[in-house]
Design a protein around this ligand. Structure first.
Ligand SMILES: Cc1cc2nc3c(=O)[nH]c(=O)nc-3n(C[C@H](O)[C@H](O)[C@H](O)COP(=O)(O)OP(=O)(O)OC[C@H]3O[C@@H](n4cnc5c(N)ncnc54)[C@H](O)[C@@H]3O)c2cc1C
Length: 381
């Protein structure tokens, strides 16, 4: 009988484990490891800021997976030996026939001096309550959302945050005494959506009076201002989007490529070690135009499903499923009740093909449905 260890109980890990459980007989063992006892939907971090829901609404106990026959161990993973398909945890060493690494990426505000002290980091759930408290009766002021390093999960989210704040400030009646500015180190707003997609987004920001500045590398942050090296930008409230890095346990293991990220076959998500797969934010997949595949829950989910199908096929001796085609989508929230839909064929050469379906209440409803469906399929509620 086979034993599959899934490392990480986030978007990718839960998707892979639950899909695998549906596909293989109960006597094959699936063990999911995470230091946390809960799963949290990333998109809730922005919803919570503007009263669209709370974090707990998108949180589920990973123990709920046990009722489906998925074993779970809450533990710190201390080292990974992919060549031996072995991991060492706080509870001891564990060996497997297949490893699926889904350990995500860590937000690292410490990489920019002053960012952690002076900016709110809502890319980490622990940072949400403090910003939520400031926004509930925000009196108005200069708000800056600064992308302070690359990469970070969910490339459209800083712009989404700006538009949700615009809507929130209008409802509070303080929009006319507030400014909202988004800064990015990149030359265009949404590199993965190309020049046309970035222009489309710039027009949507213009319509709302949201400012944006490209090519802005955050060198440091001090009380009330950001230092870009050649200029400074003042703020009353700063949302800092930190660079993300692979967890140390990944960067130190025999799967780590440049920068510590795991490089995988883009069609199969298999690493250079047979029967060891990696999915989600912990991977780096370079597209035909040289840009990375965006880090997003929806991509981690699709990768998890593809890997589960491949592992199940290998166990039963069937032929491999078709390779992942690089197609994905996300909903870009443009107010508390509307969203646009961004659809990408990311593996197209020489450039990915990205289409944007404009703002509508239907897309906002579809985003809520996206969350509800996943929570239902994975956790049964
Ligand atoms: C503000 C915001 C909005 C977002 N909105 C969207 C959206 O609308 N749509 C979308 O598709 N995506 C969105 N995302 C992105 C999405 O949340 C991530 O891309 C997704 O969670 C990545 O899944 P993952 O499985 O790779 O990693 P994660 O979900 O981060 O899971 C990694 C898991 O590994 C565990 N772990 C790490 N190291 C260890 C260790 N050493 N030992 C034990 N456990 C460990 C962690 O505890 C964690 O549970 C958003 C993200 C943010 C921050």
């Amino acid at each position: 009988m086979a034993r599959i260890i899934v490392l990480g109980g986030g978007f990718g890990g839960v998707s892979a484990a639950t899909e695998l459980r549906r596909r293989i007989a109960a006597d094959h063992e699936i063990l999911l490891l995470d230091r946390s006892d809960t799963f949290l939907m990333g998109l809730r971090k922005l919803w919570a800021l503007v009263g669209m829901g709370d974090l707990d609404g998108g949180r589920r106990f990973l123990a709920a997976l046990e009722t489906q026959g998925i074993q779970r161990l809450q533990t710190e993973i201390r080292s990974i030996d992919a060549a031996e398909r072995r991991v060492v945890t706080n509870e001891g060493a564990l060996g497997a026939d297949f490893l699926i690494v889904a350990l995500g990426a860590e937000s690292r505000p410490d990489l920019v001096p002053g960012l952690a002290e002076h900016g709110h980091n809502v890319w980490d759930a622990a940072g949400v309550p403090a910003l939520q408290a400031r926004l509930v009766d925000f009196p108005g002021g200069d708000v800056v959302i600064a992308i302070a390093g690359m990469p970070y999960p969910c490339p459209p989210a800083p712009f989404e945050c700006a538009m949700l704040l615009d809507d929130h400030f209008r409802r509070l009646g303080v929009r006319d005494v507030s400014s909202i500015t988004v800064t990015t180190p990149k030359p265009i707003l949404l590199p993965n959506a190309g020049a046309d997609g970035s222009r489309w987004l710039a027009e949507r920001l213009d319509e709302r009076g949201i400012r944006y500045e490209t090519g802005r590398e955050v060198r440091g942050v001090e009380e009330g201002h950001i230092d870009f090296g050649d200029s400074v930008l003042g703020f009353d409230l700063l949302v800092g989007v930190p660079a993300h890095r692979p967890p140390e346990v990944v960067a130190d293991c025999d799967l780590a490529g440049p920068g510590g990220w795991i490089h995988v076959d883009p069609g199969t998500f298999e690493t250079h070690v047979a029967d060891v797969f990696a999915i989600g934010d912990v991977t780096k997949i370079t597209l035909a135009n040289g840009l990375p595949l965006p880090k997003a829950g929806v991509m981690a989910d699709l990768a998890g499903q593809r890997v589960a199908a491949a592992v199940a096929a290998r166990i039963s001796g069937e032929s491999s499923p078709a390779p992942f085609d690089g197609q994905g989508y996300c909903f870009l929230e443009m107010s508390t009740s509307t969203a646009a839909k961004i659809q990408g064929e990311f593996y197209r050469a020489p450039e990915p093909l990205v289409r944007i379906a404009p703002e509508s209440p239907d897309h906002a409803t579809a985003k809520h449905r996206f969350e509800a469906e996943r929570l239902d399929v994975w956790f049964g509620s």
